[in-house]
Every structure is written in structure tokens, then in C-alpha cells.
Ligand binder design. Structure first.
Ligand SMILES: *Cc1c(COP(=O)(O)O)cnc(C)c1O
Length: 395
């Protein structure tokens, strides 16, 4: 049957009927181990009892009241995000791109209320991904996503990722700040080099610029810290969150210090759905689990364990796997075969993983994953490699 959906995705011919933890059951009854987690979204896996219970209870109360009224669940979620991070203020959105848009607007407005409205440009990085709205494709700078959509939105200058001197050279009288992912996700699980974030922080302090981190993929415990920027000891001014924060319910957030957010006064920004009672009830339920003492430390520990298994696979299958990257439970395998072929082979072994740029496949298990499931994923990756090796030998 011809699909009535925009054909903007190359979808696998696979639909799922049930989910439990890290497992998905397809409509043909086959069980898959889910190491994509809906692109780092299902942080607590599928059917988590606390999320199901919370959403069911919220469904019996008003779903939506608009931001013209008090929303206690949103107040509570904002307060908890502030307590867990560098931030003083939160704006809720429905997606990652909207969280980044809010971050961009917050930075521009900061300089405007400081009396420097000419400072509206942000320095962004090659290989970045910030979403698919008109401003965020311009921020990402990927020609594949910009092509055919008219002149790119003005206000973004790109530097090579990790090149501090290039950033310094790009700073001009119109520069408002720097926007980056601490670990590039779609770009191929590329981590900023050591000291890069610290160097950017120093540069921003020296020149009166804002440091904005896009933690849409890396945030909420994914890398073994609540925010990935914490690994570097750096305090940003603004951060964008989404994906894992809703555990599958559409929810994003823009976090800012009181200083960086001081331009966002009454009427400066808005969202009809943003932070509605359903979404923020679920966001609070996600935090109930992720902020439990020891949860994020466990993610970091499991990451170390899984990295060892991946390093063994890399040794055993050096014709297939070129390198292993990542932090916490966010891994990338750079493959020597086309990454989509590798992902297809893994799917045949009933393991779901996600291609990224730079010929990388991402492994993004739910954060509630168990040790035995990590071992099972390694076995399935091994099987996929063996299959690809014999296919290569037959060529
Ligand atoms: C996924 C992603 C986005 C966009 O999020 P959407 O919810 O698809 O709009 C932005 N930035 C990063 C780093 C992402 O991984």
C-alpha cells in the first residue's frame, strides 16, 4: 500500500506492537533488543511502570490548560531541573529543535537588553546537528538539510569542531555566543577534544559571549552525568534539552542562568503546548528515576563495562569495526562497511541500532538496561560482524 506520509524517512519495514524495558516485539512476533531507544528518547525503556502510571493518572486530569494559567507540574519540573544543573530558569518546549530555537532567541535577547542588539550571530560547528527548523538547519550548516529551502537563516558562522583558534578568528562585533553539542550525536558520536569546552568558556568570558550547549541528545544522564558538559567541569550559560527528558513523551526545555535569561520577560517568547500538564507530569516521572541516588553513576559504570565489550569486538572484527567512541551509554562504532549495511545486519540479528554521519552506527540503549542485556547486545553485534565478514569474503 502506498503511504500517505511525506516520504521524508527511509523507514525499515518493521512495526512494533509491544515494548517492555529494552525489548520491542514486532507485529510478526519477533523480539528485538532496542539499542536505538527511539534515538536516545526512551531513557527508561518501554512500558516503564512509573511512566505508565504517571501518564495514566495525568490523563484523568486536565490535559492542557495553556500557559495563561499556573501549571504546578511544570513549576515542579523546572525547579528540579534548576536544582540538578547550572540553571536558574527553564522554558518548556515540545521538541529539541524548539529548545535550541529558544536558546538562540535567549542569547540574542540577552545582548539586546544589554544595549548591544547588533550581537546576534552564533558560532556553530561543522558536523553539528541542532534540528530541522529553518534556524536550526542554518545553525547545523549541513548542506544536505539546507538545500532547496531558500537562503539559510542569517546569524550563524561555522568553525571546525574542536578548533579554538578558528573560533577566536570568527568572533566579530556581531557575535553573541557559541553553540555546540558536547558530544556530536548525529555527527557520529564525536566528542569535543579535552579542554575545548574549557577553552570556549574562557574565550566567552573574555569577550562577553554566551556559551550555549545543545544537550538534546547527551542530556538527562545519557553520558553518565546529568549533563554531558559536566565532564569538562564547565558551566554553560544556556542549555537545550529534549529527547530523554520525556522518556517518549514530546518534551523539551531551554535552561538558562538568571543573567543569560534576563531578556526573556513577559511576551518575549511562547508556546501553546510547551510544558503542558501531561508532558511535565511525565518529565517529573523521568526525573524521579534518573535523579534517584546512584542511577546516573550506574549508567557511567555500565558504559565502562560495555566499552570493554565493544573494544573486544573491535579487536576480533577489525575488518568491520574501525573504532569505538562514546561516553556513558552513548556509543558510536565507526564501521569499515557502509554503516547502513552494518545496521541492517544488526537488525537481522534482532538488535536495533542507529546510523549517524561519518559512517558511524550509534548504540543508545535505554538507561535502565541490564548487564545481561549489554552482553546479549555484544553477542548480537558479534553475529552481525561474522555475517558481514562472510559476505565480504564471498564478494
Ligand atoms: C535530535 C536533536 C535535535 C532536534 O530535536 P527534535 O526533537 O528532532 O527537534 C537537536 N539537537 C540535537 C543535538 C539532537 O540530537
Amino acid at each position: 500500500m502506498v503511504s500517505a506520509l511525506f516520504p521524508t524517512y527511509a523507514r525499515a519495514d518493521l512495526a512494533f506492537e509491544r515494548g517492555e524495558g529494552a525489548w520491542l516485539t514486532a507485529s510478526d512476533g519477533e523480539r528485538y533488543l532496542d539499542f536505538g531507544a527511539g534515538v536516545a528518547v526512551n531513557s527508561l525503556g518501554h512500558g516503564h511502570p512509573h511512566l505508565v502510571g504517571t501518564l495514566s493518572a495525568a490523563a484523568a486530569k486536565p490535559w492542557h490548560v495553556s500557559n495563561l494559567f499556573q501549571i504546578p507540574e511544570a513549576e515542579r519540573l523546572a525547579r528540579r531541573l534548576v536544582q540538578a544543573t547550572f540553571a536558574d530558569l527553564v522554558f518548556f518546549t515540545n521538541s529539541g529543535a524548539e529548545a535550541v530555537e529558544c536558546a538562540i532567541k535567549t542569547a540574542r535577547k540577552f545582548h539586546a537588553v544589554e544595549g548591544r542588539p547588533e550581537r546576534y550571530r552564533l558560532i556553530t560547528f561543522e558536523g553539528a546537528f541542532h534540528g530541522r527548523t529553518l534556524a536550526t538547519i542554518a545553525a547545523g550548516g549541513n548542506p544536505k538539510y539546507l538545500d532547496g529551502f531558500g537562503p539559510p537563516t542569517d546569524g550563524f558562522d561555522q568553525a571546525p569542531y574542536g578548533d579554538l583558534e578558528a573560533v577566536r578568528a570568527l568572533v566579530g562585533p556581531q557575535t553573541a555566543g557559541v553553540l555546540l553539542e558536547p558530544i556530536q550525536g548525529e555527527g557520529g558520536v564525536r566528542a569535543a577534544p579535552p579542554r575545548f569546552l574549557a577553552g570556549l568558556r574562557e574565550l566567552c568570558d573574555e569577550l562577553g559571549l554566551l556559551l550555549i550547549v545543545d544537550e538534546v541528545q547527551t542530556g538527562i544522564g545519557r553520558t553518565g552525568r546529568f549533563l554531558a558538559v559536566e565532564h569538562s567541569g564547565v558551566t554553560p550559560d544556556i542549555a537545550a534539552l529534549a529527547k530523554g527528558i520525556g522518556g517518549g513523551f514530546p518534551l523539551g526545555a531551554c535552561l538558562a542562568t538568571a543573567e543569560a535569561g534576563k531578556g526573556m520577560t513577559v511576551g518575549a517568547h511562547g508556546s501553546t503546548y510547551g510544558g503542558n500538564p501531561l508532558a511535565t507530569a511525565v518529565g517529573n516521572a523521568v526525573l524521579d528515576v534518573v535523579l534517584e541516588p546512584g542511577f546516573i553513576e550506574r549508567v557511567a559504570g555500565l558504559g565502562v563495562l560495555f566499552r570493554q565489550k565493544l573494544a573486544e569486538l573491535e579487536d576480533r572484527h577489525s575488518a568491520i569495526i574501525e573504532s569505538v567512541r562514546g561516553e556513558g551509554l552513548m556509543f558510536g562504532l565507526k564501521t569499515r562497511v557502509p554503516n547502513v549495511e552494518f545496521a541492517a545486519a544488526a537488525r537481522e540479528a534482532k538488535l536495533l541500532i542507529i546510523p549517524a554521519s561519518d559512517n558511524v552506527v550509534r548504540l543508545l540503549p535505554p538507561l535502565i538496561i541490564g548487564e545481561s542485556e549489554l552482553a546479549e547486545a555484544a553477542r548480537r553485534l558479534d553475529a552481525a560482524c561474522v555475517k558481514l565478514e562472510s559476505a565480504g569474503a564471498a564478494r
